[in-house]
Design a protein around this ligand. Structure first.
Ligand code: SF4
Ligand code: SF4
Length: 373
């Protein structure tokens, strides 16, 4: 196909301009994707049929649209995918937790990504609408039935690793994805290429996952600490308590061990502005942890204040306390933390606490009794 680069409506010229605009809006990576149906419909069906989505029932709904992004918008002809980098290796490793502290995943330490990504996507769509009257757009970031990682791969942002997350070949996997479908005809810029799978024979994420949740290119959400702490609203199976360690919201282990997140030269990190977006600057100090005793003293107002503007609001107050009790139980197995133990005992006997909180407290106390901790 020939391209008329002097014509601003030429599909490749327009695709390049849109990708440039996405980069101008601060996204670390962007690309154009087709809206053809997924290649992974059979695998998605098998994953759902095996119940590996746990209680995330919304993943079963709209499965036709999920497998066919063109259905998101009448007349959709193209998609644009973007990625924010929320943590660069240059940001440093987390210092070890002190006994009685609980860890939160890196993606949740700054402003809520839904807000920051959607705001910029909507501004981009508004600009394009003004330039192309009649064109339609539908933006998403974890908010629509879309296989975002497959679209990100099509858009040349990265490949889907064995831990099922998108990995950019230079900036790694600490990425948050979003995008939009549009009735505009866009073609990928000539320099955009599909990224080949660089996992090779590596199995670090599989070996490091404390709950054995990963098989190559598939995660059983029911075993994953991220799912258990953020999405699962019922009691957490005691068989996973010890493996959860100090995590109270999410888990970064499979990304921490991935060689594609290893240290890079500073000039590589800053190449093309690919540093952490300012929206993900830490909002608290310390940013990576909570004091478990404090969490166990929260009421609804405390939780709202502590988690204001954060994606950590996804977990309810009861889930936060459940998670904190499990992390506290793991700390108490090796340390004498009298105030924490007393607080868990008080919760176990407090009828006003949510049942999943009391359930976790009873299970942890029983476990400590059995182990003599
Ligand atoms: S987030 Fe943690 S628990 Fe989940 S797959 Fe990765 S390492 Fe395993
Ligand atoms: S740790 Fe290894 S196998 Fe896992 S996603 Fe990274 S490169 Fe792939």
């Amino acid at each position: 196909m020939t391209h008329d680069r002097t014509n601003p409506d030429d599909a490749e010229t327009l695709g390049s301009a849109v990708v440039d605009a996405c980069r101008g809006a601060g996204f670390a990576a962007a690309g154009v994707a087709s809206v053809e149906p997924t290649r992974w419909a059979r695998e998605l069906r098998a994953w759902l049929d095996a119940g590996k989505h746990g209680t995330m029932a919304w993943l079963e709904r709209n499965s036709e649209v999920r497998g066919d992004p063109g259905q998101l918008l009448d007349g959709a002809r193209s998609a644009v995918m973007v990625a924010d980098l929320y943590h660069a290796r240059a940001d440093g490793d987390d210092p070890p937790l002190a006994p009685g502290e609980g860890r939160v995943a890196r993606y949740a330490r700054g402003r809520d990504y839904h807000d920051t990504i959607k705001k910029r996507l909507h501004a981009l769509c508004d600009d394009l609408r003004a330039q192309h009257p009649g064109a339609e757009f539908k933006a998403f970031t974890d908010t629509a039935p879309v296989l975002e990682r497959e679209l990100a791969a099509r858009a040349g942002i990265g490949w889907t690793g064995k831990h099922t997350l998108t990995i950019h070949p230079r900036i790694g996997s600490y990425l948050l994805l979003g995008g939009f479908v549009t009735t505009l005809e866009l073609e990928a810029p000539s320099e955009q290429e599909m990224v080949t799978d660089h996992c090779g024979t590596c199995t670090r994420c599989i070996d490091a996952c404390p709950t054995d949740a990963i098989t190559p290119y598939s995660v059983d959400a029911r075993k994953c600490i991220s799912y258990l702490t953020i999405e699962h609203r019922a009691p957490i199976d005691e068989g996973y308590h010890a493996a959860m360690g100090g995590w109270v919201f999410g888990c970064d282990i499979c990304q921490e061990v991935c060689p594609h997140n290893s240290a890079r030269e500073p000039e590589q990190l800053s190449e093309g502005g690919r540093t952490r977006h300012p929206a993900y600057e830490p909002t608290r100090d310390p940013v990576d942890r909570f004091d478990l005793l404090e969490v166990l003293g929260w009421d609804a107002e405390d939780r709202s204040r502590e988690l204001s503007k954060s994606a950590m609001k996804r977990a309810t107050l009861a889930m936060w306390k459940r998670n904190a009790i499990i992390a506290a139980g793991n700390a108490l197995a090796g340390h004498e933390l009298a105030a924490l133990r007393a607080r868990i005992s008080a919760i176990a006997a407090d009828d006003s606490e949510d049942e999943i909180v009391r359930d976790a407290a009873r299970a942890v106390l029983a476990g400590l009794g059995a182990s003599g901790g």
